[in-house]
Design a protein around this ligand. Structure first.
Ligand code: ADP
Length: 248
């Protein structure tokens, strides 16, 4: 028995080491790509300032801006993940108007992805619930970012929300590449990514969905996906409607 236990420990240890090596490789790669973009365009603007047209300069600056956003997102995801790991993570529950959060998230996504058609389909008049509005927004942002990231320009992204007995059901639908059936559960695992095997990889750490899952579950909700390869995906999450002291 002792021997077998020791063997299990060795296997666990090796697995952990592999994960760590993998994480370092992924993080370095993901940091390097936007850094190279920032450095490259900044140097070009400094060196060729006079020869660049105003339009060209603006375009380069936009690339720098986007790369900086990507770095920020990477660092935010890593920090959130380590906070969750360390058990330092707490929800700040307040009266939350989910309709409004959806509308804001949709409007900002549309600005960031002008080539997509992003819209909300709200039945109207969802009553406020008790939730951590920042975290709800973060879940939505993650799902919206993915919807845009994994679908072609010109396609549609729709957010819906409705009440079902004691919970809200919120969904984000895209017309993108979809997720193979045997991977619909795995995409919620930490560091799981499908893109590595595909030629057109938009990049990412594979943390967004696992974070979203943790945030949804911290609220007492569930998250899932229904998808068809080549047709698109719909991510669903629920938020329980908690009783508040206030009556309206
Ligand atoms: P990241 O996007 O950083 O790779 P995520 O945790 O957000 O990490 O997603 C994990 C994986 O799930 C992605 O690599 C991608 O393969 C897949 N995925 C997520 N959202 C979608 C979507 N809307 N359509 C198709 N694939 C998706």
């Amino acid at each position: 028995v002792e021997h077998r236990r020791a063997q299990t420990k060795v296997v666990e240890y090796e697995e952990l080491n592999r994960l760590k090596a993998n994480l370092l490789a992924t993080v370095s790669h993901e940091l390097r790509t936007p850094l190279a973009t920032i450095k490259g365009y900044a140097t070009m603007i400094i060196d060729y300032d006079r020869r660049l047209k105003r339009d060209e300069k603006l375009q380069h600056l936009r690339s720098i801006d986007k790369a900086a956003d990507r770095l920020t997102e990477l660092v935010d995801h890593l920090l959130d993940m380590s906070r969750l790991e360390a058990g330092l993570f707490r929800l700040d529950r307040q009266e939350t108007n989910v309709d409004r959060i959806i509308e804001e998230a949709v409007a900002e996504t549309q600005l960031r992805a002008p080539q997509h058609r992003v819209r909300a389909e709200l039945g109207g008049g969802l009553s406020p619930i008790t939730a951590d509005s920042k975290r709800v927004r973060q879940i939505l942002d993650n799902l919206l970012d993915n919807a845009v990231k994994y679908s072609e320009q010109g396609t549609e992204v729709v957010v819906r929300a409705r009440r079902a007995s004691r919970e809200l059901v919120i969904s984000v639908t895209d017309q993108g590449r979809g997720i193979p059936a045997d991977e619909t559960d795995k995409v919620f695992d930490r560091f799981y990514r499908i893109e590595q095997r595909l030629s057109k990889d938009p990049g990412g750490l594979g943390l967004g969905l696992s974070l979203s899952k943790a945030l949804v579950e911290a609220h007492g909700g569930r998250i899932s996906v229904a998808s068809k390869v080549g047709a698109g995906s719909t991510f669903y999450f629920t938020l329980p409607i908690l009783k508040t002291e206030k009556h309206k």
